[in-house]
Design a protein around this ligand. Structure first.
Ligand SMILES: Nc1nc2c(c(=O)[nH]1)N[C@@H](CN(C=O)c1ccc(C(=O)N[C@@H](CCC(=O)O)C(=O)O)cc1)CN2
Length: 287
């Protein structure tokens, strides 16, 4: 059986580090880091994630300001709120919970956030910084996945990493981070021919595609490390159940190490968001 990579334990460790760093920040600068969380509409999953972000922020000493907007809000109204938060010196980090309702242009909203306050790391300038190896704010889920990989494997140099999925939020930044860590990186997607045989070459396999249990045991090289980023919800006998993109039961018999769903990458996302908020606040302090 594979080693289970415990995301709850890793996130608790990071949250406790952030809490300590927030105490130091407050003592040094005499102010409290502030995080603005914007939720549009009433998507139940987004409501849960936003509630968890606000609660965790308070636990580590970051002040959070929640903005809930009606699902019918216009692009102009949402932009106006982002402009107001950009100009507010008490707000050091801004995130707009995704997905947004279909009539809103996500790319335009994300690029309206000041890059220095973009704690999700989704702004085009932060994306460019990551792609070119410059300092910036890095997306939270890929950053959390990298932490778990380094803690499991140590130095990743020379390992072959295969990333399934090419989303802007996970797949592309994940590939950039693996490349920075000196991995040989392959990305596969819906148009790749014979995905299984490419995946079987991976020392590190990252699944971020949003298809429940897509990755089967015969896609995985024996001993490989598998990071499952998928969070797929199914209602079974009236109960809400979560599945990753990996068929955990079969793959855990082949892999060397694997993240579970739930309790793997998910909890690291919020811990890294708060680490990013502190990083953003530091970068906004006068030198
Ligand atoms: N603005 C953003 N929107 C979205 C992001 C993001 O990083 N920024 N990522 C996802 C949702 N997400 C955070 O927002 C997120 C997803 C899952 C978890 C998590 O802890 N999952 C738990 C299970 C929780 C459950 O029961 O549903 C786990 O995997 O153990 C945290 C954050 C899309 N939108």
């Amino acid at each position: 059986m594979a080693q289970i990579i415990d995301g709850k334990k890793a996130s608790a460790k990071l949250l406790s580090q952030v809490a300590g760093d927030v105490i130091e920040f407050k003592a040094k600068h005499g102010i409290t880091p502030g995080l603005a969380v914007v939720l549009v509409g009433d998507d139940p999953a987004s409501q849960v994630y936003v509630r968890n972000k606000v609660q965790r922020a308070e636990q580590v000493g970051i002040r959070s300001i929640e903005h809930r907007l009606d699902a019918n809000v216009s692009q102009a109204e949402l932009n106006a709120l982002v402009d107001e938060l950009n100009a507010n010196p008490d707000v050091h980090g801004i995130l707009v919970q995704l997905p947004l309702p279909g009539h809103l242009d996500e790319d335009r909203i994300v690029d309206a956030i000041a890059p220095s306050k973009d704690v999700d790391g989704f702004h085009s300038l932060n994306v460019a910084a990551l792609a070119t190896g410059k300092p910036g704010l890095v997306p939270c889920t890929p950053q959390g996945s990298m932490t778990m990989l380094s803690e499991t494997l140590g130095d990743l140099t020379g390992l072959h990493a295969v990333v399934i999925g090419r989303s802007n939020i996970v797949g592309k930044p994940m590939a950039a981070l693996l490349l920075q860590a000196n991995c040989t990186v392959t990305m596969v997607h819906s148009r790749t021919r014979d995905i299984a045989s490419v995946c079987r070459q991976a020392d590190i396999l990252v699944a971020a595609v949003g298809v429940p249990k897509l990755v089967k045991a015969d896609w995985v090289k024996p001993g490989a490390t598998v990071i499952d980023v998928g969070i797929n919800v199914e209602i079974i006998d009236g109960a809400r159940k979560l599945f990753g993109d990996v068929d955990f039961a079969s793959v855990s018999e082949v892999a060397g190490a694997i993240t579970p769903v739930p309790g793997g990458v998910g909890p690291m996302t919020i811990a890294n968001l708060l680490a990013n908020t502190l990083q953003a606040a530091e970068s906004q302090m006068p030198v």
